[in-house]
Design a protein around this ligand. Structure first.
Ligand code: SF4
Length: 269
């Protein structure tokens, strides 16, 4: 039976993996090594939530020294803010840059995990990070395997993503602290930029909907006026008047063709 040291990124992401591992009867302990988390207060907030959960569930938890400088050194040359905004010109560039930075981040944390597992007599390592659909799951798997191989351990990678929604729901029910960015200072800025872009997209869509409703209302009003004009003019006038628009037709098709426009312009309507 393997002895598993499970890297925990935070309490909400740990709820379902630990429940499932317990159900399977596997022996495991938690390890909260996350030098990436910024600022210190955020690291403490996530740790506090995890500690309370681990105590309640009687799961042993190890917390190595938090050393952000060690993490900065590990991602040297890859640091930067890379928001992923749909349709933005820099999307592909940012995605590649972010993947490289996150891979280095996974590598740094899993190397610490594997080293601790080896020293503690564990035989396998895994992580709760792979429950999050916001992470690069394939890179996590590769880096867990790499770290395990370097310390002659078993890689217990699991793709937990199908359990993400349930885990978040349980965290809400239990009143567990839930963060709104991945962890590093760059991800905090990226999350803010991505949320601002999403807000702007929603604002634009709303403005477009309102404008199209306004145009529709104008068109209906105009067509009612034309209809009234047509009724007045039909007393003794030739019957060559525009027909009343059908409901739902676009305003453009409701416009009467002006008799002083050139013929080809009229024909194009
Ligand atoms: S976004 Fe998350 S995984 Fe990527 S570098 Fe920052 S903390 Fe690490």
């Amino acid at each position: 039976m393997p002895r598993l040291l499970l890297h925990s990124c935070c309490a909400p992401c740990s709820l379902e993996p630990t429940r499932l591992l317990k159900e399977q009867g596997l022996g495991f302990e938690l390890w909260y090594g996350n030098d990436n988390i910024h600022p210190e207060g955020e690291f403490r907030a996530r740790l506090g939530a995890l500690k309370a959960y681990a105590e309640a569930e009687q799961i042993p938890l190890t917390v190595p020294v938090h050393d952000p400088l060690r993490w900065q050194a590990a991602i040297a040359g890859l640091a930067g803010v890379y928001p992923l905004i749909d349709g933005a010109d820099d999307y592909a560039h940012n995605l590649a840059a972010k993947k490289a930075r996150c891979r280095a981040c996974y590598h740094q944390r899993f190397a610490g995990l594997a080293s601790a597992a080896r020293a503690g007599g564990f035989t396998a390592i895994s992580t709760t990070l792979s429950i999050s659909p916001w992470q690069f799951t394939g890179l996590i798997e590769e880096e867990i395997e790499r770290a395990a191989a370097a310390y002659q351990l078993e890689a217990g990678f699991v793709d937990w993503r199908e359990h993400y929604a349930r885990g978040q729901e349980r965290a809400r029910e239990l009143g567990i602290y839930r963060q709104n960015y991945c962890g590093c200072a760059y991800s905090q800025q990226e999350a803010e930029l991505e949320r601002a872009a999403a807000r702007e997209r929603r604002r634009q869509k709303k403005a477009e909907r309102q404008a199209s409703r306004g145009q529709l209302a104008d068109g209906r009003q105009a067509s009612r006026g034309q209809l009234a004009d047509g009724r007045q003019a039909s007393n003794g006038q030739p019957a060559e008047q525009p027909a009343a628009p059908a409901p739902g037709t676009s305003p453009a098709s409701c416009q009467p063709v002006s008799s002083d426009q050139p013929a080809e312009r009229q024909a194009s309507r």
